[in-house]
Design a protein around this ligand. Structure first.
Ligand code: COA
Ligand code: ZN
Length: 323
Protein backbone atom coordinates (compact mmCIF):
# COMPACT_ATOMS: atom_id res chain seq x y z
CA UNK A 1 0.00 0.00 0.00
CA UNK A 2 1.15 3.56 -0.66
CA UNK A 3 2.41 5.57 2.23
CA UNK A 4 -0.56 7.91 2.36
CA UNK A 5 -3.18 5.20 2.60
CA UNK A 6 -5.00 4.19 5.75
CA UNK A 7 -4.10 7.23 7.79
CA UNK A 8 -6.39 7.70 10.73
CA UNK A 9 -6.23 11.51 10.45
CA UNK A 10 -7.65 11.52 6.89
CA UNK A 11 -11.23 10.75 5.87
CA UNK A 12 -10.95 11.54 2.16
CA UNK A 13 -7.90 10.95 -0.03
CA UNK A 14 -7.47 13.53 -2.78
CA UNK A 15 -4.85 12.56 -5.34
CA UNK A 16 -3.34 15.33 -7.47
CA UNK A 17 -3.07 14.24 -11.11
CA UNK A 18 -2.40 17.67 -12.62
CA UNK A 19 1.25 16.97 -13.31
CA UNK A 20 0.18 13.99 -15.43
CA UNK A 21 -3.39 14.30 -16.71
CA UNK A 22 -3.14 18.09 -16.53
CA UNK A 23 0.06 18.37 -18.55
CA UNK A 24 -0.25 15.48 -21.04
CA UNK A 25 -2.51 17.53 -23.30
CA UNK A 26 -0.48 20.74 -23.12
CA UNK A 27 2.19 21.17 -25.77
CA UNK A 28 4.10 23.89 -23.88
CA UNK A 29 6.89 22.18 -21.94
CA UNK A 30 6.35 22.85 -18.26
CA UNK A 31 9.90 23.43 -16.99
CA UNK A 32 11.33 20.64 -14.83
CA UNK A 33 12.19 22.98 -11.95
CA UNK A 34 8.65 24.36 -11.97
CA UNK A 35 7.21 20.80 -11.85
CA UNK A 36 9.34 20.16 -8.77
CA UNK A 37 8.20 23.46 -7.26
CA UNK A 38 4.56 22.50 -7.91
CA UNK A 39 4.98 19.09 -6.23
CA UNK A 40 6.75 20.59 -3.20
CA UNK A 41 4.13 23.30 -2.79
CA UNK A 42 1.23 20.83 -2.92
CA UNK A 43 2.95 18.54 -0.46
CA UNK A 44 3.43 21.54 1.86
CA UNK A 45 -0.31 22.24 1.53
CA UNK A 46 -0.95 18.72 2.84
CA UNK A 47 -1.49 16.74 -0.39
CA UNK A 48 -0.14 13.24 0.25
CA UNK A 49 -0.73 11.54 -3.11
CA UNK A 50 0.60 12.98 -6.37
CA UNK A 51 0.76 11.44 -9.84
CA UNK A 52 3.93 13.19 -10.94
CA UNK A 53 4.44 12.01 -14.55
CA UNK A 54 3.86 9.33 -17.19
CA UNK A 55 6.38 6.74 -18.29
CA UNK A 56 5.38 6.83 -21.95
CA UNK A 57 7.68 7.15 -24.98
CA UNK A 58 9.13 10.69 -24.80
CA UNK A 59 8.67 10.94 -28.57
CA UNK A 60 4.93 10.49 -28.08
CA UNK A 61 4.55 12.94 -25.17
CA UNK A 62 7.68 15.13 -24.82
CA UNK A 63 6.15 16.74 -21.71
CA UNK A 64 7.34 13.73 -19.68
CA UNK A 65 10.90 13.51 -20.99
CA UNK A 66 12.09 14.68 -17.53
CA UNK A 67 10.16 11.96 -15.62
CA UNK A 68 13.27 10.50 -13.93
CA UNK A 69 14.45 13.86 -12.67
CA UNK A 70 10.98 14.79 -11.38
CA UNK A 71 10.55 11.48 -9.53
CA UNK A 72 14.05 11.70 -8.02
CA UNK A 73 13.26 15.07 -6.48
CA UNK A 74 9.74 14.10 -5.36
CA UNK A 75 11.25 11.12 -3.52
CA UNK A 76 13.01 13.52 -1.16
CA UNK A 77 9.65 14.66 0.25
CA UNK A 78 8.83 12.48 3.22
CA UNK A 79 5.37 10.93 3.45
CA UNK A 80 4.52 11.59 -0.21
CA UNK A 81 2.96 8.75 -2.19
CA UNK A 82 4.49 9.15 -5.66
CA UNK A 83 2.53 7.71 -8.53
CA UNK A 84 3.19 7.57 -12.29
CA UNK A 85 1.01 6.53 -15.21
CA UNK A 86 2.21 3.62 -17.34
CA UNK A 87 0.79 2.25 -20.61
CA UNK A 88 2.78 -1.02 -20.76
CA UNK A 89 5.47 -3.24 -19.24
CA UNK A 90 8.25 -0.96 -20.45
CA UNK A 91 6.59 1.89 -18.52
CA UNK A 92 6.45 -0.33 -15.41
CA UNK A 93 10.15 -1.14 -15.75
CA UNK A 94 11.04 2.53 -16.05
CA UNK A 95 8.71 3.57 -13.20
CA UNK A 96 9.96 0.94 -10.77
CA UNK A 97 13.56 1.71 -11.66
CA UNK A 98 12.84 5.39 -10.95
CA UNK A 99 11.54 4.46 -7.50
CA UNK A 100 7.87 5.45 -7.60
CA UNK A 101 5.52 4.12 -4.89
CA UNK A 102 2.59 3.44 -7.18
CA UNK A 103 1.96 2.73 -10.85
CA UNK A 104 -1.28 3.71 -12.55
CA UNK A 105 -1.88 1.33 -15.46
CA UNK A 106 -4.59 2.66 -17.71
CA UNK A 107 -6.92 0.59 -19.88
CA UNK A 108 -9.94 1.97 -21.61
CA UNK A 109 -13.09 -0.13 -21.38
CA UNK A 110 -13.97 1.27 -24.81
CA UNK A 111 -12.13 -0.90 -27.32
CA UNK A 112 -11.96 1.92 -29.86
CA UNK A 113 -10.41 4.32 -27.36
CA UNK A 114 -8.01 1.71 -26.00
CA UNK A 115 -6.79 0.94 -29.51
CA UNK A 116 -6.21 4.64 -30.17
CA UNK A 117 -4.60 5.28 -26.79
CA UNK A 118 -2.37 2.25 -26.27
CA UNK A 119 -2.77 0.26 -29.52
CA UNK A 120 -4.26 -2.78 -27.83
CA UNK A 121 -7.68 -4.26 -27.23
CA UNK A 122 -8.82 -4.12 -23.59
CA UNK A 123 -8.29 -7.89 -23.37
CA UNK A 124 -4.71 -7.50 -24.59
CA UNK A 125 -4.22 -4.81 -21.97
CA UNK A 126 -5.41 -7.20 -19.24
CA UNK A 127 -2.90 -9.81 -20.48
CA UNK A 128 -0.15 -7.17 -20.45
CA UNK A 129 -1.13 -6.26 -16.89
CA UNK A 130 -0.40 -9.84 -15.77
CA UNK A 131 3.18 -9.44 -17.02
CA UNK A 132 3.42 -6.17 -15.11
CA UNK A 133 2.23 -7.86 -11.89
CA UNK A 134 4.85 -10.59 -12.35
CA UNK A 135 7.55 -8.02 -12.95
CA UNK A 136 6.44 -5.96 -9.94
CA UNK A 137 6.47 -9.07 -7.70
CA UNK A 138 9.89 -10.12 -8.92
CA UNK A 139 11.34 -6.65 -8.27
CA UNK A 140 9.68 -6.60 -4.83
CA UNK A 141 11.48 -9.83 -3.94
CA UNK A 142 14.78 -8.43 -5.12
CA UNK A 143 14.52 -4.99 -3.54
CA UNK A 144 12.11 -5.42 -0.62
CA UNK A 145 9.94 -2.57 -1.94
CA UNK A 146 6.54 -3.52 -3.30
CA UNK A 147 5.15 -0.91 -5.64
CA UNK A 148 1.35 -0.74 -5.56
CA UNK A 149 -0.56 -1.26 -8.79
CA UNK A 150 -3.57 0.88 -9.51
CA UNK A 151 -5.53 -0.44 -12.49
CA UNK A 152 -7.46 2.35 -14.14
CA UNK A 153 -10.65 1.65 -16.10
CA UNK A 154 -10.92 4.61 -18.47
CA UNK A 155 -14.13 5.62 -20.31
CA UNK A 156 -16.06 3.68 -17.63
CA UNK A 157 -19.03 6.05 -17.92
CA UNK A 158 -19.09 6.59 -21.68
CA UNK A 159 -16.80 7.28 -24.63
CA UNK A 160 -16.80 9.97 -27.32
CA UNK A 161 -15.87 7.31 -29.89
CA UNK A 162 -18.26 4.52 -28.85
CA UNK A 163 -21.01 6.26 -26.88
CA UNK A 164 -22.48 4.18 -24.05
CA UNK A 165 -20.27 1.77 -22.18
CA UNK A 166 -21.96 -1.22 -20.61
CA UNK A 167 -21.43 -1.27 -16.82
CA UNK A 168 -21.07 -5.06 -17.09
CA UNK A 169 -17.98 -4.54 -19.28
CA UNK A 170 -16.49 -2.21 -16.64
CA UNK A 171 -17.14 -4.70 -13.84
CA UNK A 172 -15.73 -7.55 -15.91
CA UNK A 173 -12.47 -5.71 -16.62
CA UNK A 174 -12.15 -4.51 -13.02
CA UNK A 175 -12.60 -8.07 -11.76
CA UNK A 176 -9.97 -9.36 -14.17
CA UNK A 177 -7.53 -6.72 -12.93
CA UNK A 178 -8.15 -7.72 -9.33
CA UNK A 179 -7.75 -11.41 -10.18
CA UNK A 180 -4.46 -10.56 -11.90
CA UNK A 181 -3.12 -8.77 -8.80
CA UNK A 182 -4.23 -5.11 -8.85
CA UNK A 183 -4.03 -3.44 -5.43
CA UNK A 184 -6.52 -0.73 -6.33
CA UNK A 185 -8.97 0.06 -9.10
CA UNK A 186 -9.90 3.44 -10.49
CA UNK A 187 -13.04 4.24 -12.43
CA UNK A 188 -12.58 7.12 -14.83
CA UNK A 189 -15.10 9.39 -16.50
CA UNK A 190 -12.46 10.25 -19.11
CA UNK A 191 -14.65 12.48 -21.26
CA UNK A 192 -17.06 13.86 -18.66
CA UNK A 193 -20.24 12.07 -19.78
CA UNK A 194 -21.40 10.90 -16.35
CA UNK A 195 -24.25 12.18 -14.21
CA UNK A 196 -24.55 11.64 -10.45
CA UNK A 197 -27.11 8.84 -10.79
CA UNK A 198 -24.82 6.90 -13.11
CA UNK A 199 -21.83 7.49 -10.82
CA UNK A 200 -23.69 6.24 -7.78
CA UNK A 201 -25.02 3.19 -9.55
CA UNK A 202 -21.71 2.02 -11.07
CA UNK A 203 -19.67 2.79 -7.94
CA UNK A 204 -22.08 0.73 -5.86
CA UNK A 205 -22.04 -2.16 -8.30
CA UNK A 206 -18.24 -2.20 -8.43
CA UNK A 207 -17.92 -1.89 -4.66
CA UNK A 208 -20.33 -4.81 -4.23
CA UNK A 209 -18.11 -6.96 -6.44
CA UNK A 210 -14.64 -5.92 -5.28
CA UNK A 211 -12.97 -5.80 -1.92
CA UNK A 212 -10.11 -3.41 -2.68
CA UNK A 213 -9.85 0.41 -2.57
CA UNK A 214 -11.58 2.19 -5.45
CA UNK A 215 -10.65 5.65 -6.70
CA UNK A 216 -12.92 7.79 -8.83
CA UNK A 217 -11.34 9.88 -11.58
CA UNK A 218 -13.66 12.61 -12.84
CA UNK A 219 -13.58 15.17 -15.61
CA UNK A 220 -15.62 18.35 -15.44
CA UNK A 221 -16.27 18.60 -19.19
CA UNK A 222 -20.02 19.09 -18.74
CA UNK A 223 -19.94 20.80 -15.34
CA UNK A 224 -20.74 17.65 -13.36
CA UNK A 225 -17.34 17.21 -11.71
CA UNK A 226 -18.01 18.18 -8.10
CA UNK A 227 -21.57 16.89 -8.01
CA UNK A 228 -20.30 13.57 -9.37
CA UNK A 229 -17.62 13.53 -6.66
CA UNK A 230 -20.39 13.94 -4.09
CA UNK A 231 -22.40 11.14 -5.69
CA UNK A 232 -19.36 8.86 -5.49
CA UNK A 233 -18.85 9.83 -1.85
CA UNK A 234 -22.50 9.03 -1.18
CA UNK A 235 -21.95 5.61 -2.76
CA UNK A 236 -19.06 4.98 -0.37
CA UNK A 237 -15.99 6.07 -2.38
CA UNK A 238 -13.27 7.77 -0.31
CA UNK A 239 -10.52 8.25 -2.91
CA UNK A 240 -10.69 10.93 -5.57
CA UNK A 241 -8.41 12.18 -8.34
CA UNK A 242 -8.38 15.90 -9.05
CA UNK A 243 -6.35 18.52 -10.90
CA UNK A 244 -5.22 21.85 -9.61
CA UNK A 245 -7.11 24.51 -11.55
CA UNK A 246 -9.05 21.82 -13.43
CA UNK A 247 -6.35 21.14 -16.01
CA UNK A 248 -6.48 17.85 -17.88
CA UNK A 249 -7.65 15.71 -20.76
CA UNK A 250 -6.60 12.69 -22.79
CA UNK A 251 -4.92 13.60 -26.12
CA UNK A 252 -6.49 10.49 -27.75
CA UNK A 253 -10.06 11.05 -26.52
CA UNK A 254 -11.81 13.61 -28.72
CA UNK A 255 -13.51 16.35 -26.70
CA UNK A 256 -11.78 15.49 -23.43
CA UNK A 257 -11.23 18.52 -21.20
CA UNK A 258 -10.24 19.29 -17.64
CA UNK A 259 -10.43 17.18 -14.52
CA UNK A 260 -12.56 18.02 -11.55
CA UNK A 261 -10.94 20.92 -9.67
CA UNK A 262 -8.87 19.70 -6.72
CA UNK A 263 -9.40 22.90 -4.68
CA UNK A 264 -13.19 22.76 -5.08
CA UNK A 265 -13.33 19.11 -3.99
CA UNK A 266 -11.18 19.91 -0.95
CA UNK A 267 -13.54 22.79 -0.13
CA UNK A 268 -16.63 20.58 -0.45
CA UNK A 269 -15.31 17.75 1.70
CA UNK A 270 -13.69 19.97 4.33
CA UNK A 271 -16.90 21.98 4.59
CA UNK A 272 -18.76 18.72 5.19
CA UNK A 273 -16.47 18.02 8.15
CA UNK A 274 -14.41 15.40 6.30
CA UNK A 275 -10.64 15.67 6.74
CA UNK A 276 -8.58 15.74 3.55
CA UNK A 277 -5.32 16.75 5.26
CA UNK A 278 -5.16 19.74 2.90
CA UNK A 279 -4.94 23.45 3.73
CA UNK A 280 -7.26 24.85 1.06
CA UNK A 281 -5.80 28.36 0.98
CA UNK A 282 -2.28 27.00 0.60
CA UNK A 283 -3.50 24.71 -2.17
CA UNK A 284 -5.11 27.64 -4.00
CA UNK A 285 -1.82 29.56 -3.77
CA UNK A 286 -0.10 26.79 -5.77
CA UNK A 287 -2.12 27.94 -8.80
CA UNK A 288 0.32 30.87 -9.09
CA UNK A 289 3.05 28.46 -10.23
CA UNK A 290 0.82 27.06 -12.99
CA UNK A 291 -0.37 30.51 -14.09
CA UNK A 292 3.22 31.75 -14.22
CA UNK A 293 4.33 28.86 -16.47
CA UNK A 294 1.16 28.52 -18.56
CA UNK A 295 -0.10 32.10 -18.97
CA UNK A 296 -2.32 31.10 -21.90
CA UNK A 297 -4.22 28.37 -20.00
CA UNK A 298 -7.32 29.54 -18.18
CA UNK A 299 -7.67 27.78 -14.83
CA UNK A 300 -11.06 26.71 -13.48
CA UNK A 301 -12.17 26.67 -9.88
CA UNK A 302 -14.83 28.42 -7.84
CA UNK A 303 -13.12 28.57 -4.47
CA UNK A 304 -9.86 30.04 -5.78
CA UNK A 305 -11.76 32.74 -7.66
CA UNK A 306 -14.37 33.63 -5.01
CA UNK A 307 -12.31 33.08 -1.85
CA UNK A 308 -13.25 31.23 1.32
CA UNK A 309 -16.62 31.98 2.92
CA UNK A 310 -16.45 34.15 6.05
CA UNK A 311 -15.86 32.01 9.16
CA UNK A 312 -15.28 28.85 7.09
CA UNK A 313 -13.85 26.13 9.31
CA UNK A 314 -11.72 23.37 7.84
CA UNK A 315 -12.14 19.83 9.12
CA UNK A 316 -8.36 19.36 8.79
CA UNK A 317 -6.51 21.09 11.63
CA UNK A 318 -4.37 23.60 9.74
CA UNK A 319 -1.30 23.16 11.92
CA UNK A 320 -1.36 19.50 10.82
CA UNK A 321 -1.47 20.46 7.16
CA UNK A 322 1.52 22.75 7.65
CA UNK A 323 3.75 20.05 9.19
N1 COA B 1 8.45 4.27 -22.35
C1 COA B 1 9.44 4.58 -23.21
N2 COA B 1 9.57 4.02 -24.41
C2 COA B 1 8.67 3.10 -24.75
C3 COA B 1 7.61 2.72 -23.92
C4 COA B 1 7.50 3.36 -22.64
N3 COA B 1 6.52 3.08 -21.80
N4 COA B 1 6.85 1.81 -24.54
C5 COA B 1 7.40 1.59 -25.73
N5 COA B 1 8.50 2.36 -25.87
C6 COA B 1 9.40 2.44 -27.03
C7 COA B 1 9.86 1.10 -27.51
O1 COA B 1 11.01 0.69 -26.83
C8 COA B 1 10.10 1.36 -28.97
O2 COA B 1 11.33 2.06 -29.11
P1 COA B 1 12.24 1.90 -30.42
O3 COA B 1 11.41 2.45 -31.56
O4 COA B 1 13.43 2.72 -30.12
O5 COA B 1 12.48 0.43 -30.54
C9 COA B 1 8.99 2.35 -29.33
O6 COA B 1 8.65 3.00 -28.11
C10 COA B 1 7.76 1.67 -29.91
O7 COA B 1 7.38 0.62 -29.05
P2 COA B 1 6.03 -0.21 -29.20
O8 COA B 1 5.96 -1.26 -28.14
O9 COA B 1 5.89 -0.64 -30.64
O10 COA B 1 4.96 0.85 -28.81
P3 COA B 1 3.89 1.59 -29.72
O11 COA B 1 4.59 2.53 -30.65
O12 COA B 1 2.92 0.58 -30.27
O13 COA B 1 3.13 2.46 -28.62
C11 COA B 1 2.34 2.67 -26.36
C12 COA B 1 2.35 1.84 -27.63
C13 COA B 1 1.45 1.99 -25.37
C14 COA B 1 3.75 2.78 -25.82
C15 COA B 1 1.84 4.09 -26.71
O14 COA B 1 0.67 3.99 -27.46
C16 COA B 1 1.57 4.94 -25.46
O15 COA B 1 2.49 5.33 -24.75
N6 COA B 1 0.30 5.27 -25.19
C17 COA B 1 -0.08 6.03 -24.01
C18 COA B 1 -0.70 7.30 -24.42
C19 COA B 1 -1.05 8.14 -23.22
O16 COA B 1 -0.22 8.52 -22.42
N7 COA B 1 -2.35 8.49 -23.13
C20 COA B 1 -2.83 9.36 -22.11
C21 COA B 1 -2.97 8.74 -20.78
S1 COA B 1 -4.41 7.76 -20.59
ZN1 ZN C 1 -8.28 11.82 -16.92
Amino acid sequence: MGQALDRDDIDIYLREVGLRDGLQNISTFFPTEAKKEWIAAEAAAGVTDIEVCSFVPPKLIPQFQDALDVVATAKKISGLNICALIPNLKGAERGIEAGVDQLNYVTSVSETHNLKNVRRTPQESVENFKEIVDFRDQRAEETGKKVTLLAGCATAFGCTLEGDINPKAVISIAKQFVAAGADEISLADTVGFANPGQIKSLCRQVMDELDIPITIHLHDTRGMGVVNAYAAYDAGIRRFDGCLGGLGGCPWAPGATGNVVMEDMAFMFEGMGLRTGIDIEKLCAVRDIVTRELPDESLSGGIAKAGMPVNFAQATPLAAAAE
